[in-house]
Every structure is written in C-alpha cells, then in structure tokens.
Design a protein around this ligand. Structure first.
Ligand SMILES: NC(=O)C1=CN([C@@H]2O[C@H](COP(=O)(O)OP(=O)(O)OC[C@H]3O[C@@H](n4cnc5c(N)ncnc54)[C@H](O)[C@@H]3O)[C@@H](O)[C@H]2O)C=CC1
Ligand SMILES: O=C(O)C(=O)Cc1ccc(O)cc1
Length: 360
C-alpha cells in the first residue's frame, strides 16, 4: 500500500516541482505536471519532468507552489482526488492552518488525513523549471511533518517520495519544523540579504577587492524576493525572536566599537561564531567532522583540475569538500581541497612531488 507506484501529480513546476518530476521520471514513475502558468508546465514537460495530461488517477500529489497558495492548492487537490497530498513549502504552519480553515469551511475536515507536509532542504537561489535538476535532492535532508490527523500510511508514502529523490528524511512536528528552519534557513537568508544590501552603493573599485568570503555570504541573497517575502512573513513569530537576539548583539557590538578597548567584546562575538559554525553538520547530514584544507595554485588552462584530482587520488586522500576561487582576469586560480587530517601529509607530499604549488 505504501509503495510509491505513481502516478504522481506535481502542481507547480518551478525549481522544486520540476526537480522532483525529473528525479521521479528518471525512476520510471509516471508524473503529471500542472502549473497555473501554462508555459512553465510546457517547459517542465519538454525537459522530461513529466506529462501535462495523464489520464490515470494520481496516487500522490506534490504541491510545489509559493507558500501563500499552498493551503488552497492542497485543499483543492484533496477535494479533486483520493490521493495522498504533500507539499514542499519552506514553512509548514501557515499552509496547514490555511488548509484546516478551507476544509472546515467546506465541511471536508476528514480529507486532511490524506495530507502530510514535507520540505526538501535543498534548492538554489534560482527559480523556474529551467533551474530544475534531477539530482537536486541527492544526499539532502527532507523534513516530513505529519499533523495530528495525518494517516501513518500517507506519511510513509511521502517518506518514499523523499527517498526516491535521493534524500534522507527527518520527521518533525509542524511547530518544531518552523522553529528549526527559522534558524538554519530563514535567518541566514535575511543576514545574507542585509550584508549584500550594503554593497548596492559601494564604489566599483571597492567591489573589485571581492574574494570568496563575500561571495559565500551573499550567494543566497540572489534568491527570489517574492518567494522569500512569503516565507519570512509566514514564519514571522519564530524569526522575530531570532532577529531580536541579533539586534541585541548588534547593539552590544556597536557600544563596544565606540569604546577605546573593544578587543574582548569583539573576540567574544567572533568566538561564539566559531562555536556555532562547527555545529553545522557536514555534507549528507553527517555530523561535522574536522577537516584540514590545502590550498593549491592552479594554472588557468584546460585539463588542470582533472590532473589535480588524479594526483590527489594517487596520494590516497579522499577529497571531502572542494572550493574553487577563480577571479576573472587572473592567470591562476586557487583550489581549496578539504581532507581528513590523517591524509593531509601524504596529500601535500604527493602534490608537491608532482609539481603543484601547495599551501597549508
Ligand atoms: N527555492 C528553493 O530553494 C526552495 C523552495 N521550496 C519551496 O518550494 C515551493 C516552490 O518554490 P520554487 O520551486 O523555488 O518556486 P518557483 O517560482 O520556481 O516555482 C513556483 C511555480 O508555481 C507556479 N504556481 C504559482 N501559483 C500556483 C497555483 N496556484 N497553482 C499552480 N501553480 C502555481 C508558478 O507558476 C511556478 O511555476 C515554495 O513553496 C518554496 O517555499 C522548498 C525548498 C527549496
Ligand atoms: O541555496 C541554498 O543553499 C538553499 O539552502 C536553498 C533553500 C531555500 C529554501 C528552502 O526552503 C530550502 C533550501
């Protein structure tokens, strides 16, 4: 009963809906794509995320529309089908409250047993079907958020959906989910936007000094302001608490900076940051592991990265993470390889032997 057999109907074929469609279609699941914007549904179909008209009843409906519309679309799909319905919205409290109000108004509260919320914790700052990727959720975490009356079989089917997309699932209550994402997703988005916003009036020659740090901090600021306004507004209670905490710390920092002796307070802020940053789990949801980074200078010529990886592999080191800092106009780039401490000596030795310029 809980096997994911399909058909799966995807309502909303933007970045997330198209990526889910591509992942399922790859496994041979029949996918139907629906979108309020016919061009987006057509584009999703053309790139292989599903078909616009599937004559069969869906087993599962995935609602991947912006948060403000999710509750209404969930309700509509519960009414029109006998399928299990899930959604992918970045916030779970508001869609559930909207769906409860709408199903109560039409006397169909019992339908909600077939609804189980979910949230894939992967995406990008891009939107629309063309940004979709079959491997977007590979190795990512996917939150499953059953509510009080969700049917356990429905919850299991939604878990199967996440697993079919290559994700690992975590089950959370709706309020817990919203608190968690306020910390790990919505606050970082606002901090990135605030930092990037200070660059709007910066002179071009200041921006020329930009390195990897500012790129890292501002990457997600490029996210769609329309979507993020809906996410932030829907999660305002959880976010307000965190923003008040940041405001208090900013006030303390400003007072410290206005004094002659600022070092202790500034160091305290920076130390707290180090302690928080190491708590962020590593890739594939595994606990954070201590890694050592090795910086390699790489000539800007075709084939150099492939040669570097082959040489790194020859040393026996497994590259756990990778960053390429390549400023346009420079004849060389820097590649940062992160490896386990036990393999770093051998890596540096082999790379140096083979002519690479390596810094630790
Ligand atoms: N962007 C991201 O990185 C992530 C987004 N999400 C969530 O996934 C959902 C979709 O986000 P994206 O794919 O990024 O947005 P998107 O803007 O790329 O796609 C949204 C799609 O929904 C369609 N749509 C809007 N209202 C509709 C309606 N009433 N009925 C049918 N189609 C409708 C739009 O035409 C568009 O094609 C949102 O709820 C978002 O919170 C979840 C994880 C990551
Ligand atoms: O771009 C990134 O790194 C993200 O983290 C994307 C993202 C955006 C919204 C979500 O609800 C979940 C993930």
């Amino acid at each position: 009963m809980t096997e994911l057999r399909g058909p799966v109907r995807i309502v909303g074929t933007g970045l997330i809906g198209t990526s889910i469609g591509l992942a399922l279609a790859r496994l041979g699941v029949v996918v139907e794509v629906v979108d309020a914007d016919p061009d987006n549904a057509l584009m999703a179909e053309r790139i292989g995320a599903g078909t616009r008209l599937v004559q069969l009843e869906p087993q599962l409906v995935v609602v991947a529309v912006p948060p403000d519309h999710v509750g209404a679309v969930i309700t509509e799909q519960l009414e029109q089908t006998d399928a299990v319905v899930t959604d992918a919205a970045s916030v779970k409290g508001k869609p559930l409250a909207d769906a409860k109000a709408l199903t109560a108004a039409s006397g169909r509260t019992a339908d909600l047993a077939r609804y189980v919320g979910s949230h894939p914790m992967a995406g990008s700052e891009r939107n629309g079907p063309l940004a979709g990727r079959a491997d977007l959720f590979e190795g990512a975490t996917w939150a499953i958020t059953p509510h009080e009356t969700s049917d356990p079989d429905a919850t299991e089917l939604v878990r199967r959906l996440a697993e079919a997309c290559g994700a690992r699932t975590v089950e959370l209550s709706v309020p817990d989910h919203d608190l968690a994402v306020a910390r790990v997703s919505h606050l970082p988005q606002l901090m990135s936007s605030l930092a990037a916003g200070t660059l709007v009036d910066a002179p071009a020659e200041h921006l020329e000094l930009s390195g990897q740090g500012v790129r890292d901090v501002t990457r997600i600021a490029a996210g769609d302001p329309g979507l993020w306004t809906q996410i932030v507004a829907a999660n305002s209670p959880a976010l307000s608490g965190l923003l008040e905490q940041i405001r208090d710390e900013l006030d303390r920092l400003l007072i410290a900076l206005s004094k002659e002796e600022t070092d202790d307070e500034v160091t305290a802020v920076l130390r707290r940051g180090v302690s928080g940053a190491v708590r962020v789990p590593g890739k594939h949801g595994t606990p954070h592991i201590e890694l050592v980074t090795v910086l390699v200078t790489i000539p800007d010529r075709p084939g150099q990265l492939a040669r570097l990886f082959a040489d790194a592999a020859a040393s026996g080191a497994n590259v756990e993470d990778l960053r390429i800092d390549h400023s346009p106009g420079r004849p060389v780039g820097e590649v940062e390889l992160a490896v386990k401490p036990a393999s770093v000596d051998q890596l540096v030795e082999v790379l140096t032997e083979r002519g690479w310029v390596v810094h630790r």
